[in-house]
Design a protein around this ligand. Structure first.
Ligand SMILES: [Zn+2]
Length: 134
């Protein structure tokens, strides 16, 4: 299954119970998808195995169903899609679109949230894109 540009999605991390902010994000994404006639996809971000807690995913999905949200297609889990990510990385590498990034997570977050910067909080700022090999 691919994700089309107009699809809505929610991507919970099964590391702890959903809080109100998570529920608001899920509800807004669901409302957007349903009002646009788009699919609403559920993609569990479970790559950080050291933080994933047993039973949390089930509890999160139960909470979402309880507030009336439903989703289209199977639940996607990042841990089950590594082959897709490796293929995509290899494709980027073949096209020479990969480069090393020396930024810390904090630096990337700061750049992405700067007032003059990029509005999407998770967007990578591209700080190291133009560095020379030196
Ligand atoms: Zn960087």
């Amino acid at each position: 299954m691919s994700v089309r540009g107009s699809d809505g999605r929610f991507a919970p991390s099964p590391t702890g119970p959903l809080h109100l902010g998570n529920l608001r994000t899920a509800l807004l994404a669901w409302l957007f998808a349903r009002s646009a006639g788009a699919r609403f996809l559920m993609r569990v971000e479970d790559l950080d195995r050291s933080r994933v807690r047993s039973g949390v995913e089930e509890a999160q999905l139960s909470d979402l169903r309880t507030i009336g949200l439903d989703w289209d297609g199977p639940i996607l889990r990042q841990s089950e899609r590594m082959e897709l990510y490796e293929e995509a990385t290899a494709r980027l590498d073949r096209n020479e679109l990969l480069y090393p990034c020396y930024c810390t997570r904090a630096e990337i977050r700061t750049a992405a949230s700067a007032p003059h910067g990029i509005s999407a909080s998770d967007r990578y700022p591209g700080t190291c894109r133009e560095l020379s090999t030196a």
